[in-house]
Design a protein around this ligand. Sequence first.
Ligand SMILES: Nc1ncnc2c1ncn2[C@@H]1O[C@H](COP(=O)(O)OP(=O)(O)OP(=O)(O)O)[C@@H](O)[C@H]1O
Ligand SMILES: [Mg+2]
Length: 567
Amino acid sequence: MMKKNTNKNIETFEELMKLGDYSFTNTLNSDPDAKVNGENKFSREVFSGHYVPVSPTAIKEPIYISHSETFFEELGFNENLINSDDFIKMFSANMSNISNLTQNKGWATGYALSIYGTEYYAQCPFQTGNAYGDGRAISILEAVINGKRWEFQLKGAGKTPYCRGADGRAVLRSSVREFLAQEHMHALGIPTSRSLTLFTSKKEQVQRPWFRDNSYSKDPEVMLEEDVAITTRVAPSFIRVGQIELFGRRARKNEHENALKELEMIVLHLINREYSEVINQDLDLEKKIILLVNEFQNRLTSLIANWIRVGFCQGNFNSDNCAAGGFTLDYGPFGFTEMFDPKYQSWTNGGIHFSFFNQPVAAQKNFKSFCSALKPLLSLKPEVLEELEKIENNFSKFMQEKMENMWANKLGIEKFDVELFEELINLMIETKVDYTIFFRELSSIPNDINNIEKSFYGNLQNENIKSRWNNWLEKWKSQINVNDEESKQKLSNQMKLTNPKYTLREWHLVKAYQEAQNGNYEPTKELQKIMTKPYDEQTKEIEEKYYIKKPSDFFGIAGISHVSCSS
Ligand SMILES: Nc1ncnc2c1ncn2[C@@H]1O[C@H](COP(=O)(O)OP(=O)(O)OP(=O)(O)O)[C@@H](O)[C@H]1O
Ligand SMILES: [Mg+2]
């Protein structure tokens, strides 16, 4: 039976505004100093409160680049909305002179920073952590749409108290990357913040450190003038592990009389926004906390296994870039591994700890920071604290289980086999395979290793390696359940739903944002169209253009093989 579509469509900007709901202002505290500080567009310490009201700074004469048709459809947004003047104004950060606005201010939030489990304060200009947070991200709307609550956040909408002396802007390059990556990840079946719209402007440029053309430099060499842009991203909330940490640290140090209360408030807010379907709101606080850590652990471990499944490396997995709802957030120095390397990491300053295969450990560090932040709420309940610590200590066991299941699925086998897996990884490293193409080709269940040569960066002339590969294939085949053409086809189809055909390679992105800088948005749109169907075969023409290994000319090239800065 066809499921009846009960969703109500949103035809006009006015209808969208009617769904706006700012009730969080009843359950969360605003920064008490915000009023005194007027515009709130300069770097300053914010000592308490959960959010600071901030007016976004418009980009002038916004130029439309793209919107997510898929997400519009999911939200029930009429396509015509994108032509509405008010809609364009709102999502290019111009909230003046819009009729039907319930509130013409947005809000920014503070958060703390832990890098690989170590607490940091140095990144805050005051060295206290009180001026660190959304430096250029400003939320402007919460709306309940067809029963689901969404927060709409502009990235690059100008300065906030957390701007740390920077310009509050995002450049076109990083905005195109984030806009495309979010919808690609969603299409890959991976929880993520979503993209709504992408606007740029030719009326404002900001400077960013970057590389010369075709440079091999690891460090930026020049300051580039780049056009500004704003992407609107959408999620049930933008609460980060770092945000819970900020309140956890304040409570732990008893920084002000409301510190513990504010921690409780933000935790309950997190549960409401991200976990209301799994945590009954009538339970007492301790029970809620235990369910919360369990479920966050569950989501986070699945998320990381999924990242590794598709070759994604987040690159900067600090606690402030780890969404407490367990989805992907902050597409800064991210990348998809091409020539397989477990240590792959595109960000030159990122270090090995955020590299591709170390992401389970990086996640564990963020999980630990999350648990530590909750502990002040349990100081009078040692038995609950013990329970929490037990969950915390089980992280690596759960992570390992998720990883093994993921590898088994990727290989189309029932049960993970450590020997089979380790030999595969060794062979993949030794023979330099393209991660995406290899697993996709394997999904066709080849008879001989020559059939998947397409995925090798070198050729297979070495007889020893060739025979090791064929032995591996034999062993693998003895573990998959394929006895006839029909079962082979069935398994092949199933594997192709796990192993995508297309992933967002950096050199595709570079072409798209360089063209966009010249005012040609077609490559961005083409990439968007292809990368939102990553498991489909698509046309021969697309295959020839996008289902190919990284061209040798791009190896080692700055801005393609590695980046120095994400903003
Ligand atoms: N141009 C900028 N102006 C003001 N603040 C900035 C700017 N670039 C980065 N920041 C702030 O510096 C911190 C670290 O930046 P990072 O690259 O992790 O985040 P981001 O990409 O801006 O944002 P997000 O995590 O919201 O996606 C963040 O708190 C961010 O808000
Ligand atoms: Mg960030």
